[in-house]
Design a protein around this ligand. Structure first.
Ligand code: AMP
Length: 484
């Protein structure tokens, strides 16, 4: 499929316009207000059958526009039979694995449904249940929920699912990974058998295929990003670096203002906190987002990252799921994931909405097996880059590393970081300000010590010429063999 490489519309000429998908004027107006010009592949393929009431199984990653692919037809179908929802019920139920994703889906429903009388509520754990109970008291049209909190509300008789007409299982693979299978089975038993069911998953392991068999009735199948395809618009690199050098390496990179909006991934929550602390000691402000953080803390961290106040967000896989932030300039895999699919999800956070992006993986000797698994899954060897020089860290009185430097001013004739879609000018300015907060120290690495390809996302031409696949013979062999 030609468009599997490009998450959103870049490089893909949709044959259909939004106006040809059968959507009503209020929805078309909302789409225009969002600035969407053409439907994405999943939208072109999913909206007409879902509007017609079909079940659907969509294999699509976050970043493909899948939320609108289900939200738009659901809104239209519910708006076509307007009636006040019965107290303590909902008409459409969207299950999401994480709170962040649930919030984003609910926001999307509200934005797309602005011209309809439909109501949307979102419920998830980690916050007091009282307000959610009040929201449900009068009934809602669309309810977006994480499975655990949904069951709490049902057990307390604050909600019944007897009136659900449409069920969406979003990021079904992740729901299973997070151990929600039992909750999911309990929830589905409480739903009317006569309903429309839409299932979206980034990957199609056997467990998801079984789920689809059980829950979907003659579904339309739409595949827009085969599980093993890594977005080709991402310049992916790997640096082989011992674990004990990773934190200094990270700090060195983040001092470069071209790293304007950076997601750093760790495997564990404590690892994320440790990275944030180390960066703070190095004069680089960063926030962490993971399961041990309270919901308000997570929301604050995400909002700060989204509006550009914090340019570095350190995340674990679970917490990062569903983070929808445009213009992420770089994804840094501080630790490689032990689940190779997580790598695909991680790097998909850059190169959203048609942008190109840069992903750097730090790989220690112990992680080489993870790297092999990733390359086997993506069938794309990561380009090795040599480690940029990291200055020996002098210790301050408290024993903390002290490598605070300002980014070196641009040399005459040196290209400023053009980063057309990733690092917007304001973010770069902010980053520069941030880096200036710290006094410059002799011997510290500066922006110029990093190779140029880290300064800008790949060009369209580079993408066309096979950016992620520099070693063509090796790639060809990998593709032919299907494995290493
Ligand atoms: P999703 O895969 O639903 O998480 O969507 C990823 C991003 O793409 C979100 O920021 C959406 O607002 C955006 N998006 C969705 N549909 C379109 C479209 N047709 N054109 C451009 N951007 C879109």
């Amino acid at each position: 499929m030609r468009w599997c490489a490009s998450p959103i519309n870049e490089g893909y000429t949709s044959l259909l316009q939004f106006s040809e998908l059968g959507l009503s004027s209020p929805l078309l107006e909302a789409i225009a207000a969002e600035g969407y010009s053409d439907p994405t592949p999943i939208q072109s393929q999913a909206i007409p059958p879902v509007l017609a009431g079909r079940d659907l199984c969509g294999i699509a990653q976050t970043g493909t526009g899948k939320t609108a692919a289900f939200a738009l037809p659901i809104l239209q179908r519910l708006a076509a039979s307007p009636r006040r929802p019965t107290p303590r019920t909902c008409r459409a139920l969207v299950l999401s694995p994480t709170r962040e994703l649930a919030s984003q889906i609910a926001d999307n429903f509200r934005a797309y449904g602005v011209g309809t009388p439909l109501s949307t509520a979102v419920v998830f754990g980690g916050v007091p249940i009282g307000r959610q109970r009040e929201q449900l008291a009068r009934g809602v049209d669309i309810l977006v929920a994480t499975p655990g909190r949904l069951l709490d509300l049902i057990e307390n008789r604050w909600l019944t699912l007897a009136g659900v007409q449409v069920l969406v299982l979003d990021e079904a693979d992740r729901m299973l990974d997070l151990g929600f299978i039992h909750a999911l089975k309990r929830i589905v038993k409480l739903l009317p058998p006569q309903r429309q069911t839409l299932l979206f998953s980034a990957t199609m392991p056997r467990a998801i295929a079984l789920l689809a068999d059980d829950y979907l009735d003659d579904p339309v199948k739409v595949v827009v990003a085969p599980a093993a395809t890594t977005a080709e618009r991402i310049d992916q690199r790997v640096i082989f670096v011992p674990n004990e050098r990773k934190r200094d390496m990270l700090a060195t990179m983040l001092r470069d203002p071209a790293f304007a909006r950076v997601l750093v991934f760790t495997r564990t929550k404590h690892g994320a906190d440790r990275v944030v602390r180390h960066l703070a000691a190095a004069g680089i402000a960063a926030a962490a987002i993971h399961g041990n953080k309270s919901q308000p803390q997570r929301e604050r961290a995400l909002a700060g990252f989204r509006d550009g106040e914090a340019r570095v967000l350190v995340a674990t896989d679970i917490a990062a799921r569903g983070i929808d932030v445009d213009n992420v300039s770089h994804v840094i895999n501080f630790e490689l994931p032990n689940v190779p699919e997580d790598y695909v999800h991680r790097i998909g956070r850059t190169a959203r909405a048609g942008a190109a992006g840069i992903a750097v993986a730090f790989c220690s000797d112990e992680e080489r097996a993870y790297l092999r698994d990733i390359e086997k899954l993506t069938r794309c060897p990561l380009r090795t880059m040599s480690a940029p020089p990291v200055p020996a860290a002098p210790q301050d009185d408290n024993g903390a590393s002290d490598q605070n430097v300002a980014a070196r001013p641009q040399r005459h004739g040196q290209k400023s970081h053009p980063s057309p879609n990733s690092a917007n000018a304001a973010s770069v300015q902010r980053a520069r300000r941030t880096s200036k907060e710290s006094p410059r120290r002799k011997g510290a690495a500066t922006a110029s010590s990093l190779p140029a390809f880290l300064h800008r996302p790949p060009s369209d031409r580079a993408v066309k010429e096979g950016l992620g696949n520099p070693n063509r013979r090796r790639v060809k062999r990998l593709r032919e063999n299907g494995a290493r």
